[in-house]
Write a protein that binds this ligand. Sequence first.
Ligand SMILES: Nc1ncnc2c1ncn2[C@@H]1O[C@H](COP(=O)(O)OP(=O)(O)O)[C@@H](O)[C@H]1O
Ligand SMILES: [Mg+2]
Length: 516
Amino acid sequence: MLGRSKKNSLFEKGLLVLSVSFGIAVISVIMNGKTLMPVNTGILPSAIIPALALTVSLVFVLKARKHGRKGLMKSWIIMGSSTDGLREATKLLVSFLKRRSLGTRNAFYLLHVIRNGEEHVQLCAPGNTGSLIEEFLSSLKPEIEYKPGKPADCPGEKDAARANIHGDVATREAVDAGEHNAELAGKDSVLIGCTYEGSPVYIAKKDFFRHVGVFGSTGSGKTTTCSIIASRLAGIGVRVVVLDWHGEYPGLLPPMVTNVLRPVSMQMSINPFAIGDRESLVDILVDVFDLTLPQASLLSRVLRENEDLPTLQKLLEATMNNEDNGGWNREIKLAIARRMEPLLSREGTVLFSIKNSFALPEKGSVLVIDLSDISSNRLRKLYSLMYLRLIYAEAIKKSPLETVVIIDEAHNILPKTEVNFIAKMLAEVRKMMLGLVISTQSPSSINPEYLKNLNTKIVHRVVNGADKRVLVESLGGPGKLSSLLSSLRVGDAIISLPDSPKPQLVKITSVCGGQG
Ligand SMILES: Nc1ncnc2c1ncn2[C@@H]1O[C@H](COP(=O)(O)OP(=O)(O)O)[C@@H](O)[C@H]1O
Ligand SMILES: [Mg+2]
């Protein structure tokens, strides 16, 4: 908004300079037949000075026009006697704007504003539609009141083009969705944000157990969205585990409900052999350490032949001591040793020892696993996947688990190849009540089989073409969604809910018009 006022004042200055210089030029020519300035008129004919002044002012004005368009937008602040009244009026207003095609031919913009603790809606619309809109607004009386707002608060030309798209996605559909969604308020849902009309938007608790995808380029708001989800879920009694790749969540979550696990500095070793089920163990090692097929089959063989191996390091040792040196086996063993070397580093031995400190958080609390505490990216990934595998084993034992695992920067963690337990986790866990929130800037690098199982999608601004294509397809939305995705503001997202037919535009926030 500050940027806008600056652009407007630039425009005003341009106009002022233009009129003053034009005035001076005219007066000087009338009075003296030449300019007032002490210029050698022999070199510069008198007409050149006003012409120069005019050109400079024109450049100023054109520059200002390019960046903003004061005078084209008018604004009204609309106040309702109650939140319901205001919402009702907003709906009428939106359908009026749509009926008059003001939403598609001309940009209009609805902003939800809170002033002095009161909810208002601010409408920005093209100035030439002003009398039509005022007529409509006065016809709504006495339900609502309105007064002229400051045009300086209206979006600029670039924003207005976007507001137009907002108009299409976020108006009728969003108001409807906000309405039927509002009944979710309460213990079995979390508030995720509000529509541009001010309606709260909820995600039902059960939908988290059908998995959620959070997408968007770096800086678009994914981590903030996930942290809101985490604290809201804890608030309704769900256990939450966050795999925090960059160590950002401790600063974003309420300390009262948050425990932070720093695997290396707190020596929180986990032991993948603590559970009898060996399924997926080799698949995970293959993915994390980029093992080849022969390397994988040797590891599998050693694992089969040594059922009582206590740790990953002992698995490596048993592989090296395998007596079969025929064929390429010697080279294969050496290659495995080279690739899996991080397991034998100090970090490796602290993270994966015989001690198993794995534990789930209490109901209604968040356990943040601060992966930035681990310096090796491969070990970060291995720790995360082994932790997930232990959670899955727990879910099989203790279903329903009522646990949601948030995987931030999931492209760094989820295996490229299909690993059995993750595919099962995504396909089967509904009854176990184990939900995944998969957050990534790069959905195109996530296995499409995994993406298919994410039933709720929260899509922030996306700029990369390949990622946009994947997302537009998975949202099943119209082609224009693509341009909307690249123009979303930080914290705004298109949300597609499993039971809602159309995606809607939502401002992600932990408080929506007083509904906290
Ligand atoms: N919903 C929001 N409301 C206000 N600010 C936000 C919102 N989402 C993100 N931001 C701000 O934008 C910046 C980047 O957000 P972040 O969540 O870290 O993005 P990402 O995880 O996609 O890189 C942060 O400074 C954050 O405070
Ligand atoms: Mg992030």
